[in-house]
Design a protein around this ligand. Structure first.
Ligand code: HAM
Length: 448
């Protein structure tokens, strides 16, 4: 059905503020709260992060997997856990037209395991995989916390030993170093032990917390019955003392988890990667066992974790596969981009190398041909051809504004002679006139 405004025509619609089903058609449609546009000026920063990360992931043998943004709701409930904040209150869940309950992925791990099982990638195999893209959580938006945010996630399957835990963490340190943000980051590690050891600890913790119930905030009282380990993660300053005095998870580890954790610490020390053991680090997803870790910074305010992960040896079996050890992490792209900004990491140059000015009918036609000739010969060349017309000075102003290093200037005379003015814009060098063929070698040194 055509909206009323279309019948009236766009001009009239604008003039009369037409409505369609109660919606004012001339009002600007607002973006969704907590979901951001990444604008062209910011995109090179994202690309810088993605390029470095992809290169390091490839260097360690990780291969990309792309999974759907939507999965069945049950996948997340069964993996992240029914009584986690994510599943209880943050998922974008809806019934599709068949009545199936679907959810926009709040994280990548569950979907990657599901895809691995669907395609037999995990059965008796070692896999190093990564996946990047948008995730969705209906949290209260604030700086560093969004409802659509982006992760780069890496997972290693089939490897039970602490060396892969250490390798993942050292790989992250290498990424931070290449991005120029290693200094403001602190690595926190902990071990959650096996599910059995954790269950024993859990009952000790619950006894302790019940004895101090009057000091617990509302959230923690609620968690006491459902997910008491999360009480250790409370941000409420009034809870600091209760949490500090609570039994220590690391004192209750099973011997094998203890040895695993010790070996991880030795390997990190061997690699010169500094860490802090934080026995209160418990993570907000239920699938973890043994190693958990987080990279945090003091430079971004409350949302201080830029990357988090851990081992989840039980999840593959829990989702119907054969028992398969697994460990991984996810980086928060928005937070890392913000940290790179904060640290003043130099931006890669995304401005055009050259800007082609064309004045006159013949120059416009010749310039079109010249532009394609240059692009053919110099595949890395970023060349913008002025298509807005106007005088030399107007076009040269646009050339300058584009950030281009060189203006290529074509008037009628140059076009006729198959020549072009070559004008450096960022220094005082003189403009020279060159035959078309000479432009290619002249431009080449300007391209990185
Ligand atoms: P997570 O701690 O929930 O873990 O998220 C990982 C990272 O995503 C966080 O450290 C943070 O940087 C970023 N992040 C999370 N929520 C938001 C948000 N609302 N806005 C902006 N950034 C956010 C996981 O997702 C696990 N799947 C990680 C993992 C992979 N564990 C094993 N493998």
């Amino acid at each position: 059905m055509q909206p009323a405004a279309a019948e009236a025509g766009p001009v009239e619609a604008a003039a009369h503020h037409s409505t369609f089903r109660g919606i004012c058609l001339t009002d600007l449609i607002q973006p969704i709260r907590g979901m951001n546009d990444i604008l062209p000026d910011a995109a090179p920063r994202w690309q810088q992060l993605e390029t470095v990360t992809r290169a390091v992931l490839a260097a360690y043998g990780y291969r990309e997997i792309r999974t759907p943004v939507v999965e069945s709701t049950e996948l997340f409930a069964r993996s992240i856990g029914e009584v986690t904040d994510i599943v209880e209150k943050e998922m974008y869940t809806f019934d599709d037209r068949n009545g199936d309950s679907l959810t926009l992925r709040p994280e990548a791990t569950a979907g990657m395991v599901r895809a691995g099982l669907t395609h037999g990638l995990l059965y008796n195999q070692v896999q190093r995989l990564w996946c990047a893209g948008p995730m969705f959580r209906h949290e209260r938006p604030q700086k560093g916390r969004y409802r659509q945010f982006h992760q780069i996630d890496a997972e290693a399957y089939g490897l039970p030993g602490p060396d892969i835990d250490a390798e993942l963490i050292v790989m992250l340190a290498r990424i931070w170093k290449r991005l120029g943000i290693i200094k403001p980051l602190e690595l926190r590690i902990n071990s959650l032990g096996t599910p059995e050891a954790r269950a024993a600890y859990r009952s000790k913790l619950v006894d302790y917390l019940r004895r101090h119930e009057q000091k617990l905030d509302e959230d923690s009282k609620r968690r006491l019955g459902s997910n008491p380990l999360r009480v250790l993660d409370s941000k409420d300053p009034g809870m600091r003392e209760v949490v500090a005095q609570a039994p220590n998870l690391l004192d209750h580890l099973d011997p094998a988890s203890h040895a695993h954790f010790d070996a991880l610490k030795t390997l990190l020390a061997d690699a010169d990667v500094a860490y802090v053991v934080n026995p209160r680090l418990v993570r907000g997803l239920d699938y973890y066992s043994r190693t958990v870790f987080e990279w945090v910074t003091t430079r971004l305010g409350a949302q201080d974790a830029v990357c988090s992960g851990g081992r989840y040896d039980g999840l593959v079996a829990q989702l119907g596969g054969k028992p398969t050890p697994a460990i991984g992490f996810a980086m928060g792209v928005e937070r890392l981009v913000a940290l790179m900004e904060e640290e003043g990491v130099p931006m890669p140059d995304a401005a055009p190398h050259a800007y082609l000015v064309r004045v006159g009918e013949r120059a416009e036609r010749a310039g079109f041909q010249l532009a394609e000739k240059l692009r053919e010969a110099l595949p890395q060349l970023r060349l913008v051809m002025d298509c807005s017309g106007g005088s030399f000075s107007g076009q040269l102003k646009r050339a300058d504004k584009s950030g281009a290093r060189i203006a290529l200037v074509l008037g009628e005379n140059e076009a006729q002679a198959e020549q072009v003015g070559f004008k450096p814009l960022r220094n005082n060098a003189e403009q020279v006139t060159l035959p078309w063929d000479a432009v290619i070698p002249r431009l080449a040194p300007w391209l990185e």
